[in-house]
Design a protein around this ligand. Structure first.
Ligand SMILES: [Cu+2]
Length: 290
């Protein structure tokens, strides 16, 4: 019978494989920058973009670290078993058949239970801070999705912006003509989301949040944008022929700049709100004025 404790070529093989594995992991990691690793390979501009991004990033990174540790143990055990129990020159017939290893059974039962419970409670904690955030908005903005552009109502100021579809020219950014959503920095925002026709999805990749926009099921997103800058947004739900052109810009600006912008919308005559009367299947209620 072979024994894993046997001295000889088995050990040096295991050593060589171990070294090879370590070198491969180092080579893979050396291709990444410190910044990429710390943001979990999310868009670099997500760092500090909203009051939610840190919670998402640490959940994501924590999950990967836990899973990599499990992976390393499992791969190590596989490689060790392959080498230690390989068929040797003078082996004949089948090796001794073994069953019911209590320590291994316990390890394979307890570890997944711990992992599942850990992921569950961590996820619940992150969701409480992010998707369940219902902080009343100091600034309310309504976003209406339509094939294939976006309308924005700045509710507090009673002004609106009506977007038109982007025409892609091969460059990566939506371009200056794309609908632009202005957000005041360090302000509790309530972004109300609705669709005018088919299912769309509101996605600003740097914010690490995405919400489906299903006609008749309005949703909202409560967050604070914490870093001034320009971001890009897009529809993330295949919604028809020009889905790929359903892009928008996001400008997170100072409160003063935001006030200037919304005032300029009013000055241009964009006063009032673009309501459900522009929805594709809107029928005026009986007796209601259109
Ligand atoms: Cu869409």
């Amino acid at each position: 019978m072979d024994s894993p404790n046997q001295a000889g070529p088995g050990r040096s093989w295991a050593k060589r494989l171990g070294t090879l594995g370590a070198v491969a992991v180092l080579a893979l990691l050396s291709g990444c920058t410190k910044e990429q690793v710390s943001t979990g390979f999310f868009p670099a501009e997500s760092k500090g973009a909203t009051n939610h991004t840190e919670a998402y990033t640490s959940l994501w990174n924590g999950a990967w670290i836990a899973l990599l540790i499990v992976g390393l143990i499992v791969w190590g055990l596989i490689l060790w078993a392959m080498v230690a129990y390989r068929r040797r020159k003078n082996d004949r017939g089948l090796p001794v058949q073994l069953r019911y290893s209590m320590p291994i059974e316990i390890l394979f039962t307890v570890t997944p239970v711990i992992l599942v419970l850990g992921f569950f409670f961590q996820s619940v904690q992150v969701m409480e801070k992010t998707t369940d955030d219902t902080t009343p908005g100091e600034q309310v903005i309504e976003v209406a999705a339509k094939q294939w552009a976006w309308d924005f109502n700045y509710v507090n100021q009673d002004v609106y912006y009506a977007g038109t579809q982007v025409h892609l020219d091969g460059s990566e950014k939506p371009g200056e003509k794309a609908p632009t959503l202005y957000l005041p920095v360090d302000t509790d925002l309530e972004i109300k989301l609705r669709s005018r026709d088919v299912i769309h999805s509101f996605w600003v990749p740097a914010f690490l949040e995405k919400r489906d926009m299903i006609p008749g099921h309005d949703q909202s997103l409560h967050l604070r944008a914490e870093k001034e800058g320009e971001y890009v947004g897009k529809c993330a739900e295949l919604c028809g022929e020009y889905h790929s052109e359903m892009l928008f810009n996001v400008k997170v600006v100072s409160k003063a700049e935001f006030e200037d912008y919304t005032k300029s919308l009013g000055d241009e005559g964009n006063k009032g709100q673009l309501g459900p009367e522009y929805d594709r299947n809107w029928y005026p209620k009986e007796g209601a004025e259109k």
